[in-house]
Design a protein around this ligand. Structure first.
Ligand code: IPE
Ligand code: IPE
Ligand code: MG
Length: 240
């Protein structure tokens, strides 16, 4: 679907996306799983530019989970190099399009130094951009994020009666990031898989049957059109 039938006054401010189904896409074609990841690059770029075109200002994509280390070493290694390649191939264009690139997740010794360097460069290059914040959740786990927040809170010697939702939110990886309005998961799986556990509390969830490498901006617009027909109540009786 194209963007013409969307209500442009009701575009979600923050869209989060679980880019799933790369392996199945490849297997269906008798290709190795990594070819599915490679084919996902086009989908990601189309999603980013599609989001930019309709004025989404925050887009968060799940690229590698804290559990994905359990995959075969070859696939993990491919994903590390692939994410580095995405940055080197696209950061200049993203920068020109006023996209601020951020990475959310744990920095640990398993993330290759060279990738870490490219992450740091891309973040630095684009840090003053404002049209769209593209957050790449990499070595990200929702539980790890909450654990890390609790650790810093305890280290700051706050007394327990000062701990509330706001304080916890202030210690997440990006306290300035608004909670997602819409979360899309592709590939027909109906689960969260440790993505943004805290932030998704009142997010509208849309599950699409398309495999990630086949995802294009039309699917983003379809998910947004479903979102626009939802009635968000936030625990109240009516919020429309
Ligand atoms: C999502 O696709 C990409 C990552 C998790 C890195 P998958 O690799 O999970 O693809 P399926 O779910 O096995 O098809
Ligand atoms: C979630 O997908 C992680 C990413 C898309 C990066 P998975 O494919 O790892 O999730 P499960 O294993 O199906 O729950
Ligand atoms: Mg998967």
């Amino acid at each position: 679907m194209n963007s013409d039938s969307l209500n442009l006054n009701q575009i979600p401010k923050h869209v989060a996306c679980i880019m799933d189904g790369n392996g199945r896409w490849a297997t269906k074609r008798n290709l190795p799983r990594i070819d599915g990841h490679a084919a996902g690059e086009k989908a990601l770029l189309d999603c980013v530019y599609g989001a930019l075109d309709i004025g989404v200002s925050w887009l968060t994509v799940y690229a590698f989970s804290t559990e994905n280390w359990k995959r075969p070493l070859d696939e993990v290694r491919f994903l590390m190099n692939f994410n580095e390649g995405i940055l080197t191939r696209h950061r200049d264009e993203l920068n020109e399009r006023d996209v601020r690139i951020r990475f959310s997740g744990r920095r640990d010794w398993r993330v290759p130094k060279r990738l870490q360097k490219h992450i740091d460069n891309s973040v630095e290059l684009t840090k003053t951009n404002r049209k769209l914040t593209l957050t790449i959740a990499f070595n990200y786990g929702g539980r790890a994020e909450i654990v890390d927040a609790i650790k810093t809170i305890i280290d700051s010697n706050v007394s327990s009666n000062k701990i509330n939702d706001k304080l916890i939110a202030k210690h997440l990886y990006f306290p300035d990031m608004p909670d997602p309005d819409l979360m899309i998961r592709t590939s027909g799986e109906y689960r969260i898989s440790n993505f943004l556990l805290w932030e998704l509390a009142y997010t509208e969830l849309v599950f699409l049957d398309v495999l990630w490498p086949d995802f294009r901006r039309e699917h983003l617009y379809e998910a947004i059109s479903i979102f626009q027909r939802r009635n968000r109540r936030f625990g109240k009786i009516n919020n429309k």
